[in-house]
Design a binder for this molecule. Structure first.
Ligand code: ADP
Length: 291
């Protein structure tokens, strides 16, 4: 990446004042190279990847803009997406994080976002979960959407990645019987972050919760809650406050396993190893409960 050229483009397109260009790597990302870019006293957050992954940054932009448009929870403002030679980039507002978001502030903000609805399940564009493509074609039927674009897609990848026919067979049995886990429950298409593990949330300097690096779509709000419990836990106080703003159905405890199976399968497909065994465990537990 020629930082001088990128800075000149930012100055031109965003009407910025010119200044010395400095960069420093930012740690913590999974997928992209992340940097702080300073142009004089102005600070930006930039992610870079191979040029063919520009649509990934454009989808991230669409997701961040959808959440920003909901005016419910802070996300970084996206300023530019584009490419330079072999690299694609996304430039956004740099936010100085001050640590973990407080549960009592995160819960109402997230519930307010989940209270923003679309007519259908899905999203305007496909995106990525980690580096795996995520299909978001609109559908009226949540169970079918989940079967095809979430569970089914990851099971196909697992088969292709050689995790064995047993995992695929058990997974397919589960996929055929998804309705069992939804008796008496009809989710609405809530605006979702889609990848809400603890590494994608923080507090800004004023203590406002910030979420970033989304894999947005409209779907069951329980999927975001489940992911928050998968790698870490937001704490019981989070759920107590969240419930005051958005009720949580009694069937959530079982569906949480189903929803997290998607992410565990995705980890198996991306990183292999123990995640495939964890996925098999989840499938067996779900089949044993049978809704
Ligand atoms: P990746 O897409 O590679 O997973 P992230 O979007 O998660 O990268 O960003 C990597 C790290 O950079 C995050 O863990 C976070 O600490 C930091 N970060 C993310 N967005 C911003 C931002 N707008 N301003 C400052 N730091 C950020």
């Amino acid at each position: 990446m020629d930082w001088q050229l990128l800075a000149e483009q930012a100055i031109r397109r965003l009407g910025l004042a010119a200044g010395d260009v400095r960069t420093a790597p930012v740690a913590g990302g999974d997928i992209n190279q992340a940097y702080r870019l300073d142009i004089g006293a102005q600070r930006f957050f930039v992610k870079i990847n191979r040029v063919e992954l520009l649509p990934m940054f454009q989808a991230e932009r669409a997701g961040l803009e959808a959440i920003a448009g909901s005016k419910t929870i802070r996300v970084p403002e996206v300023l530019l997406t584009g490419s330079q030679d072999a690299s694609a980039f996304i430039v956004m507002e740099y936010i100085e994080f001050s640590g973990r978001p407080a549960a009592e502030r995160m819960a109402p903000a997230l519930a307010a976002m989940h209270n923003c609805y679309h007519r259908q399940f899905g999203f305007d564009c496909d995106d990525h979960i980690g580096s795996t493509p995520q299909r978001n074609r609109f559908s009226d039927d949540w169970i079918e959407f989940w079967r095809q674009h979430r569970l089914g897609y990851q099971l196909q990848l697992a088969e292709r990645n050689g995790f064995g026919t047993e995992l695929a067979e058990a997974g397919n049995r589960l996929a055929q019987n998804l309705h069992l886990y939804f008796s008496g429950y009809q989710p609405r298409p809530s605006l979702l972050h889609g990848d809400l593990w603890s590494g994608n949330q923080a507090a800004d300097g004023a203590g406002n919760p910030v979420i970033f690096d989304p894999a947005c779509y409209y779907g069951d709000h329980e999927t975001d809650l489940a992911m928050m419990e998968l790698f870490g836990h937001p704490g019981e106080s989070f759920f107590a406050v969240y419930r005051e703003h958005f009720p949580i159905d009694a069937g959530y405890r079982l569906r949480r396993e189903l929803y997290n199976l998607y992410h565990v399968l995705n980890h198996a497909n991306l990183f292999g190893g123990g995640y495939a065994a964890q996925a098999r465990d989840l499938i067996d537990r779900l089949l044993a409960h049978g809704g």
